[in-house]
Each structure stands twice: as C-alpha cells, then as structure tokens.
Design a protein around this ligand. Structure first.
Ligand SMILES: Cc1cc2nc3c(=O)[nH]c(=O)nc-3n(C[C@H](O)[C@H](O)[C@H](O)COP(=O)(O)O)c2cc1C
Ligand SMILES: [Zn+2]
Ligand SMILES: [Zn+2]
Length: 578
C-alpha cells in the first residue's frame, strides 16, 4: 500500500523512479499555486511515517485552516482552469510519448539491468524519429550528448549504420560535462516516499545556539519560484553573483518524496555558496524536511525559512508571510530546523501584513531563536510587489537586529545598490533586477551601467539554452521545458531598456520603465528582444531550440499577467504584476 492509498508494484515503482530521477528531471511544475494544490491533495505527513510525533495545538489549528482552504481554493482557482489544464495536458502528452522506452538505454546506449522491462528497440525508434538538421549544441562543445539517441539534434551524433552513439574524445577531455550536485538517488527517494526513514524525532527541540551567517558584501540571488532554476543560476554566477538560492521548496512535497520537488534542490558545481529555501508552517515538517535535505543534499551551505511568500493560499495555511505575525511559531520552526542540521539557518521575511511591524515583534527575537541572518523584503504582505520597497524601514530593522540583515527590493542599478548599503545592511539580494538584466551583478561590482549590445544578450540566451538542454535534456520533452522556461525569462528580459535609451530619453531604470514604441533601438534584434508578444518570445527561442511544435503555446506564469498588463496599457500606466 502506498502512502496515498493505491496499490503500487514496488519494483515497478522503483524502476520508474530510477528512470525519472536519475535521467529525466521531471517538468518543473513548481508554480506556487501548483505547489499549494499538491499540498492540499497530499496525505498528512503522519500517515507517511506511521508515527505521530509532537504536533502541538498550533499545528492542529493550521490543519483546520487547511480544510477551509481546500474549499476556498476550488473557488479561487476556477478562472485559471482552462489554461492550466491545457498546459498540464500538453506536458502529459509529452511524457507519455516516451512511455515504455528505457530512458537510460536510449540516452546512453547502455542499460546494465538484466531484467529491464522497458524497450531497447532503438532501430524501430530511429526508423520514424525526426531530427533537426542543425548541429547539436551539446555534442559540438562537450564531445558527447547526454540525451543520446533521443536528442532532437541526434542526427549528428548517431551512427545510423552501427546504431551507436558517436563520441569526440578530444572534446570530452577539453570540456568535460560537470555533474550536478545534490542529486538524490532513485532508491533513496523511494525510501522517502514509502516513509522508510527513521527521523529519530527528538522529544523536545533544544534551545538553539546562535550561529551567525555573515554574507558581508556578497551579492545574492534570492529564491524565485520558477525563475531561479539551475540553468539561470549558472548564468548569474558567471556575472559575479556570489550566493545563489534554490527556488522555494515545499517541505511537505520533500517529505512525500516528490521527484519534481527534489529536482529543485540540485545545484551546479559553480554555485559555491548555495542555500535551499523551504516553505513550512509546522515544526514536525520543518524538522523532517531539513533532516532529509541535510542527508541527501550535502552540497548545501545553508537553509532558509520562507516567512515572506505573500500568496494567500500559503499565508492562510500558516506559512510564508503569515509567520511574520506569529513570532512564537517562527521560534518553534527555527528550533526544529536547527535541531535537524549543523548547517546555519537563515530566514526571509516581509515587513509585516499590511503595516510595517517586524522591527518590534520579530527581528529582535531572531538571534536567540537561532537564525543566522535575515533577509528583509521591504514590502508588507499586502503590498506584494506593487509599491516601492521601504528601505527606511529596512534601516529601522537593521538598528534592532542582532543578526546580519540582507536588504531586498528594487535594485536595478549599481547606484541603487550603493544607496541600499547606506542603510546599514550587511548585503543585498537582487531579484527582479537580475531577471531583467542578469549582468547586474557585474554592473554592481564594476560600478558601471553596462550598455550591453543585442548580440551579447543573444549570447546570454544561447548560453541559457545550452545549460537548459544539459539540465532538462535535449530530447523532445527537455527541449519543450527549456523553451517554456526561456519564454518565462524573456517576459522579464524584454523589460530591459538599453542604457543609451535611458540617457537619450532621460529614463531611470526600474521595473516601471519599459521599452515602448518609438524608442531608439540600435538594431532589429534589440527591438525584437524588447517585445513581450508571445509569438516573438517563441521566435526568439527558435533561434536556439529549433522550430517550436505547431501546437506549441506559451502561457505566462500567471494568466492574469497578460490581462493586467493589457489593462495597464489601456490606462497608459506602467505597472506590472511583479
Ligand atoms: C517571479 C518571482 C518569484 C519569487 N519567488 C520567491 C520565492 O520562492 N521565495 C521568496 O522568498 N521570494 C520570492 N520572490 C521574492 C523575491 O525573492 C524578492 O524578495 C522580491 O522580488 C523583491 O526583490 P526585487 O524588488 O529585487 O524583485 C519572488 C519574486 C518574483 C518576482
Ligand atoms: Zn533498460
Ligand atoms: Zn545532441
């Protein structure tokens, strides 16, 4: 019996997991709402382990809130159903396309499992497979292609007579593909799924010893759902970002052994200081998920508690920004997290719910509670992303904080960074500024406004495509995933207003400054890169990823995004959902 009450053939499950986990990172379905849907549809964690631990009243209260939420959620989600459902259907179709094929064999030409139940019939596959005529972006650099026979550019590296994969030993030596880290093995994920982990739950969490996490003058890319994916983080590392963070991961999904959630904890070797952010509201889940992360993701420098997410479903579920109003629960969660690992624990907060309150109630207790540093997004939960970040309030928080403060909000130029530093923060995290211009870290370090050319921006996208294909695969499913993520990134990158335009039109770079008709584009490519029309985004991806399938549709992160932008356009207001 599996944790969700269905009979599962253990061996088959294990086999599928190995395939899923070792070779094929599941489509990244981690939009916040999807995550919350998963939480609601999942069994309670106690059922998983069969052991009930020290859930207190607070946890029970949250469960009551949860029940109400399931009902609310159904109402709230209704308008979005068509686009989300069609997206899911498309993903499902794609994942079924490879059904029955031994992914390992089709990618590497070897399998090694005597009793493998999946097809190894490459000959039949090759007789109908269609390939692009252009060179494989990976084989030509690395001398080998991780997607092997399944690569859409496979023509170049498949020996059709011998039914073998070609290799270029010279390139393999020159550019070895660096292995991703923090990869949990299939059998371990299986154990987690089955609840076969002995967590050795402590009766009571000890009072944590303070453990300071000093990021003095380090530039940080904070957690960004969907956007802080591994290929993107590789890009910002190259531009001088010092510290990278995973996307927000849901503790419950980790505890349930969801492969797609565990995929978010992977990191690239270039990410030398890497943190994983968790979203959790119950101490038992906090303890268990950190225990699991500590064990299976050893290449992590620190963990961060999310007390900043403003999404109603997270908030009403006692997680994210809700925590800013219940310091007692923050204390409990931090104690549980600290008890589960020797690594430092950070916390990310908003300034309050609808008013700035944390300087009084939360910030002063964080040192004794065991947090190593605190990132403060200078807006209240209800302000979401609309108003300017309140750096004066961040300064007030710095004054009452006993731990280093990282300021977050509205850094679009090196001058913004320098003004932010004057508020006494230890360091600064840059979110949307880094999505619009991933090279902002270089600008800050060199104290310049970098007038980047369109061809340099194309090079960044080419690099993203290469990293994406390495991470998600260059088979059909992988390429579609890279295309989808690139489109997401382009919705931000298209907001970049080139430096020369700002100078000419006297514009100050911010998220409210947008390229517009009649602006001084130096070339056609610069103009194309400023477009946020779906067909243009797809056209740009085709430069690196080949022609998109005829039925390809890109649905921006939130459907409302386009509607709100349209509204703003009609009202001639420059404002955005993010
Ligand atoms: C698309 C998007 C996704 C985000 N996801 C997360 C998240 O998962 N966890 C988190 O703590 N903050 C998240 N944030 C908030 C950012 O980390 C950051 O605090 C906020 O955007 C303010 O910084 P900025 O003004 O530099 O964008 C997200 C922001 C955006 C725009
Ligand atoms: Zn096989
Ligand atoms: Zn290839």
């Amino acid at each position: 019996m599996s944790e969700n009450g269905k009979n599962i053939d253990d061996e088959k499950d294990k086999e599928t997991l190995k395939q899923e986990n070792n070779l094929n990172i599941e489509l990244n379905e981690n939009e916040e709402l999807n995550k919350i849907n998963e939480i609601k549809e999942s069994p309670k964690e106690e059922k998983l382990s069969g052991k009930n631990n020290n859930n207190n009243n607070e946890d029970k209260k949250e469960s009551e809130e949860e029940k109400k939420l399931i009902q609310n959620k159904r109402k709230i989600n209704k308008p979005d159903i068509s686009s989300k459902a069609s997206q899911r259907k498309r993903k499902k179709e794609l994942s079924h396309k490879n059904d029955g094929m031994c992914q390992y064999f089709f990618k590497t030409g070897e399998c090694g499992r005597k009793d493998c139940q999946f097809s190894h019939d490459i000959k039949t596959y090759l007789s109908t497979a269609k390939f692009f005529d252009t060179p494989c972006p990976l084989y030509n650099k690395y001398g080998t292609c991780p997607s092997g026979f399944l690569c859409l550019w496979g023509k170049e590296h498949i020996d059709f007579d011998k039914i073998e994969l070609k290799k270029n030993e010279e390139l393999i030596k020159k550019h070895p593909i660096q292995k991703e880290l923090n990869i949990i093995l299939g059998e371990d994920i299986h154990k987690v799924r089955k609840g076969n982990i002995d967590f050795q739950m402590p009766g009571e969490y000890p009072k944590p010893q303070p453990k300071i996490l000093n990021f003095e003058n380090k530039l940080i890319l904070p957690s960004l759902c969907t956007f802080a994916n591994l290929p993107y983080r590789r890009i910002v590392k190259k531009f001088g970002c010092d510290i990278t963070m995973s996307e927000m991961v849901m503790s419950q999904s980790l505890i349930e052994g969801k492969a797609s959630e565990w995929a978010l904890t992977r990191k690239h070797p270039s990410e030398d200081i890497f943190g994983i952010q968790i979203c959790v509201g119950e101490k038992t889940k906090a303890y268990k998920s950190i225990k699991l992360l500590d064990k299976f993701c050893p290449e992590t420098s620190f963990f961060e508690l999310n007390a900043a997410c403003p999404i109603d479903l997270v908030y009403k579920n006692g997680m994210g920004a809700r925590l800013c109003e219940v310091p007692k629960r923050v204390e409990t969660l931090l104690a549980a997290m600290r008890a589960a690992t020797n690594k430092p624990i950070a916390i990310k907060v908003r300034t309050g719910k609808d008013e700035n309150t944390i300087a009084e109630n939360l910030i002063p207790i964080l040192y004794e509670a065991g947090a190593g540093n605190v990132s403060i997004h200078g807006r209240t939960k209800n302000q979401r992303y609309y108003r300017d970040a309140d750096w004066d309030y961040i300064e007030e928080c710095v004054k009452v904080s006993k731990i280093p403060v990282i300021g977050v909000g509205d850094i679009y130029r090196y001058t913004d960074f320098e003004n932010a530093k004057k508020k006494g923060v230890c360091s600064v995290a840059i979110a949307r500024g880094a999505l619009v211009k991933p090279w902002i870290f270089k600008e800050i370090k060199e104290k310049i406004d970098y007038d980047i050319s369109s061809s340099e921006r194309i090079d960044i996208l080419r690099e993203y495509a290469e990293y994406g294909l390495t991470h998600w695969g260059s088979d059909e499913k992988g390429v579609n995933t890279v295309r989808e993520f690139m489109c997401h990134h382009l919705t931000f990158m298209s907001r970049y207003v080139p430096v020369h335009c700002c100078l000419e039109k006297n514009l100050i770079p911010s998220l409210k400054t947008r390229p517009y008709e009649g602006i001084c584009y130096r070339d056609e490519m610069e103009k194309l890169l400023a477009s946020n029309k779906n067909e243009d985004l797809i056209k740009i991806t085709e430069m690196f990823l080949g022609k998109a399938p005829d039925n390809y549709v890109f649905v921006p992160k939130h459907k409302s995004y386009t509607i709100i932008n349209l509204l703003f356009k009609l009202l001639k207001v420059n404002n955005f959902i993010y």
